[in-house]
Design a binder for this molecule. Structure first.
Ligand SMILES: *[C@@H]1O[C@H](CO)[C@@H](O)[C@H](O)[C@H]1NC(C)=O
Ligand SMILES: *[C@@H]1O[C@H](CO)[C@@H](O)[C@H](O)[C@H]1NC(C)=O
Ligand SMILES: *[C@@H]1O[C@H](CO)[C@@H](O)[C@H](O)[C@H]1NC(C)=O
Length: 433
């Protein structure tokens, strides 16, 4: 698999130009022996002693961040998107099973809002959305830092594909839009957990590069990953990067190769997280997975390892700072006893690994929704789980409400009130403010 992905990276490069390195390609660094001249319009910029990269001059320098090389060879990035009213400063770190900020306890609690960076919302709507989330006492919002398209259709997107050539979108409906998302979050004291790719995105890569229906697990690439990470290196509004939303051996529109196992995803996660850490020592990194266990023979399928994820093995990876799991297995489970078991088992893994673990998506649409969430919130507290993010936030914007997939929590609803009480309880437990 590694050999094949290298081959594909080289193939992509050779399609662009036989001689020069394309945008975002590596052009230098310790141990690097390849070519050093970048394609027209790009300059080779030192990101750290291990990695220099071809970056497009105009778009990198004219928008949110400017990258310059210091005398020591390291990199400084200055963002200009900081809101004057922002109270967000410092990077969130970990200390054992807890998060910290400026050496004080920091509670990760909040909501998912995939829509905020994807719908071409104006800054006013972004402010409303984040204000509604912040009013619950949330500290964190998980959102998407990707949208792979083959035909741009008006919504915000971050990379488009023409045949096998990807182009990162730096424009007003691309990364400039994401600059606004970060400003709006920070203006409300919120930090973002940004998921850098997904199932769907991985499928676009596979289908574009290998042909429709090619095996899902054969290829991953990281041009948009690099674009995001380098743009926001010094941005305190980013809490963490996540490698992908819900990676599994099977993709949604492409087949599995039949050779994907739990170690395929562990190796991928270790490589990609180490790479991100080498570019960006400031931000935490996690996978963004559903937290499946690898216990072959267990009667419950999310514990069997067959989905390609080994939660405990992945927590052992030194370049992953915290564990993530998703709780959507409670639909027939009122009031959430299976979910309680899933929470407790992840809390046990948290204690063994001595790293934070968050339930970063959970939701049911059954009529006993509030009862189920009450049960799960009690379980989070009694098990000592580090934190949680509900799926998903809802907000009444100027023209229409945000999308409702049946899980959205709008201000004033029972669950919104429950979320507010829960955030306060977690902060009290942690001694954070
Ligand atoms: C961006 O601007 C800085 C300072 O003007 C310059 O040193 C650097 O080479 C530029 N970066 C790129 C990628 O052109
Ligand atoms: C990410 O991209 C860089 C630069 O092209 C490359 O050196 C690195 O191997 C890639 N990492 C992964 C995990 O694909
Ligand atoms: C994680 O690391 C610990 C300590 O090295 C080891 O005992 C354990 O077997 C590892 N777990 C997995 C699932 O790899």
């Amino acid at each position: 698999m590694r050999r094949l992905s290298r081959f594909l990276i080289l193939l992509t490069i050779s399609l662009v130009s036989a001689q020069s390195i394309p945008e975002y390609g590596q052009c230098g660094g310790i141990g690097y022996t390849g070519p050093t001249s970048c394609a027209a319009g790009n300059a080779c910029v030192v990101l750290n002693s291990y990695f220099s990269q071809c970056l497009p001059g105009a778009s990198t320098n004219s928008s949110a961040s400017a990258t310059s090389t210091t005398s020591s060879g390291s990199t400084t990035t200055t963002t200009t998107s900081t809101s004057p009213t922002s109270t967000v400063s410092g990077f969130v770190k970990t200390d054992g099973m807890h998060f910290t900020l400026n050496n004080e306890p920091f509670t990760v609690v909040g909501a998912n809002a995939y829509w905020v960076g994807l719908m071409n919302y104006g800054i006013t709507d972004m402010y409303t959305g984040f204000a509604d989330i912040a009013a619950t006492g949330a500290t964190a919002v998980r959102t998407l830092g990707f949208n792979e398209v083959t035909t741009p259709d008006g919504v915000a997107y971050y990379q488009s594909w023409s045949g096998s050539t990807p182009t990162v979108n730096y424009g007003a409906n691309g990364l400039e839009n994401f600059d606004n998302v970060i400003s709006a979050a920070k203006a409300h004291g919120l930090r973002l957990i940004v998921t850098l790719s997904d199932y769907g995105g991985m499928d676009v890569y596979v289908n574009q590069l290998l042909g429709q229906g090619s095996p899902h697990d054969y290829f991953y690439t990281n041009a948009t990953v690099i674009a995001f990470v380098t743009r926001y290196l010094n941005e305190p509004g980013i809490l963490a990067w996540e490698l992908a939303n819900e990676p599994r051996c099977l993709g949604s529109t492409s087949a599995t190769s039949g050779t994907c196992t739990v170690s395929t995803i562990s190796i991928w996660a270790a490589e990609l997280s180490a790479f991100i850490k080498s570019i960006d020592p400031n931000h935490l990194v996690a996978i963004g997975d559903e937290g499946f266990f690898n216990d072959p023979g267990n009667p419950i399928y999310v514990y069997q390892g067959s989905l390609g994820v080994d939660f405990n093995a992945n927590l052992n990876i030194s370049t992953l700072d915290f564990g993530t799991f998703h709780e959507s297995w409670g639909e027939s489970d009122s009031p959430g006893s299976f979910g309680t078991q899933y929470i407790e088992d992840h809390a046990t893994a948290m204690k063994v690994s001595n790293k934070p673990v968050i339930m970063e998506e959970f939701g049911v649409t059954i009529s006993s929704q509030s009862d189920t969430y009450s049960t799960w919130y009690s379980s989070v507290l009694s098990a000592g789980l580090t934190g949680d993010l509900i799926w998903q936030a809802g907000s009444d914007l100027i023209n229409s409400p945000t999308p409702n997939d049946g899980y959205a929590v709008y201000p004033g609803s029972d669950v919104y009130v429950l979320d507010t009480q829960h955030a306060a309880a977690l902060k009290l437990r942690d001694g954070s403010t």
